[in-house]
Write a protein of this length. Structure first.
Length: 425
């Protein structure tokens, strides 16, 4: 009897998720870097690194445009091409640091290109300060979404929670003799109120969580508009301006570049630092975080080991909503503004995009929110760099960037497995 022979079946080598998108991303970075290198205008690029109060003064940098633009963009092209070659050889995604380095160098070259040969100065420190300032509510909203969605509750209501926090912060601060710290306490309470409705309908009555979130956004917008027109506009003293004071940290706030950006902020931003660090540690380095992630990934298994799934979902939904509501205070007492109709202007949806782009992790959400904040800050300062655009175009840039970022990099990310699925014991 002859030996049985079988034909070996050759299967294609599996590639890492997002492999093709990464190839396209690196190719775009390389092409954009080369395009900038080939279009460097003549003249000088002026870059300002210190704003005044720093202990160490860095003089205004006046560099030849060919140097200020050419060096970073060529370096970005080299890193991007190296990543492309590595991916094609190994059939695996290149290290993430290569994307960060290539993107940062390209961005630096682009900024130097904007002011090359013009009278304008690139205030790098001020631009970074504005980036953090504008990203603050997005980070709060995204973190609130992380806490909710890690236990399986889809939080589309981030926009409503931000809006409720902004309203409560302004009104309560006004009632308390324009005390912004009292308003800072009221903002997360208002967020909890919206979160309680989200949890009640989603967990108790198992209503579709996406629909519930959308309805809550419309409800909060309608209520705040009604109260604004019916009360705040008619009664004096209910919508006065109050602003959280800047609290510079001694010594640290006087460091060049990072001092004004990170350590010359108000209490709301310092709270943000603490929340980001705490969530990152507790979600991935604690028993509480393990329970939370178990409920979001496999609630049935979590239930069998004694975890109360629905109670955990309730607690996290309220906690996440409080964090988002705290971010809403940025729009009023954080900026020293009175409340206005739809003052959040869709920031909750950009925060939701940051949550997805950050892969449901605190640090990832922060990075994505900072990216969107930078796009917003840059769009507001384009005119000061001598770039002539229609007044409506800069307003669209943050939303265009959000759309392309989520479509290009967030398409295949995997949310928690039980997200949006009611748990029936």
């Amino acid at each position: 009897m002859s030996a049985d022979t079988s034909t070996a079946v050759t299967t294609p080598t599996a590639v890492a998720p997002g492999f093709n998108r990464a190839l396209v991303g690196y190719a775009v970075i390389a092409a954009a870097a080369l395009a900038l290198a080939l279009t460097v205008p003549s003249g000088i690029s002026k870059i300002q690194l210190t704003t005044g109060p720093e202990a160490i003064k860095i003089p205004l940098l006046e560099l030849p445009a060919a140097l200020a633009v050419g060096v970073p963009v060529i370096a970005a092209a080299v890193v991007a091409i190296a990543a492309l070659v590595q991916q094609l050889r190994t059939k695996a995604s290149a290290p993430r640091w290569m994307a960060i380095v290539a993107g940062s160098l390209l961005l630096l070259g682009f900024l130097a290109h904007l002011v090359a040969g013009k009278d304008g100065v690139l205030p790098l420190t001020s631009l970074l300060t504005s980036t953090l300032f504008l990203a603050t509510p997005l980070i709060f909203g995204a973190l609130g979404g992380v806490v909710c969605e890690r236990v399986g509750i889809v939080n589309i209501a981030i926009e409503g929670q931000l809006l409720a926090g902004a309203f409560a912060g302004a009104v309560v601060a006004s009632i308390a003799s324009q005390n912004p710290y009292v308003g800072l306490i009221a903002a997360p309470v208002a967020g909890v109120g919206v979160g309680a409705l989200l949890a009640w309908f989603s967990i108790r009555y198992r209503v579709d969580q996406v629909i519930t979130g959308v309805v809550l956004n419309v409800l909060v917008l309608g209520l705040t508009t009604f109260f604004f027109k019916g009360l705040l506009s008619d009664l004096e003293g209910l919508n006065d301006r109050a602003r959280l004071p800047v609290l510079p940290i001694p010594l640290l706030s006087e460091l060049p570049v990072i001092g004004p950006v990170l350590f010359r902020q108000n209490l709301l931003v310092y709270l943000l630092y603490a929340i980001v660090i705490a969530l990152q540690i507790y979600l991935f380095r604690s028993r509480w975080g393990l329970r939370v992630r178990a409920v979001g990934e496999h609630p049935k298994a979590a239930d069998t080991v004694g975890i109360d799934v629905n109670r955990t979902r309730w607690r996290n939904t309220l906690l996440g909503s409080a964090i988002a509501g705290l971010g809403g205070a940025f729009f009023t007492i954080g900026q020293g503004l009175a409340f206005g109709i739809d003052i959040t202007a869709g920031s909750g949806f950009i925060a939701l995009a940051a949550l997805i782009l950050g892969r449901w992790t605190p640090t990832g959400a922060v990075a994505a929110a900072l990216f969107f904040g930078f796009a917003n800050a840059l769009s507001q300062s384009l005119r000061s760099y001598g770039v002539s655009l229609d007044s409506n175009i800069p307003l669209m840039i943050p939303y265009i960037v959000t759309l392309f970022a989520v479509a290009g990099f967030g398409g295949r990310v995997r949310p928690p497995a039980a997200e949006g699925v009611p748990y029936v014991k």
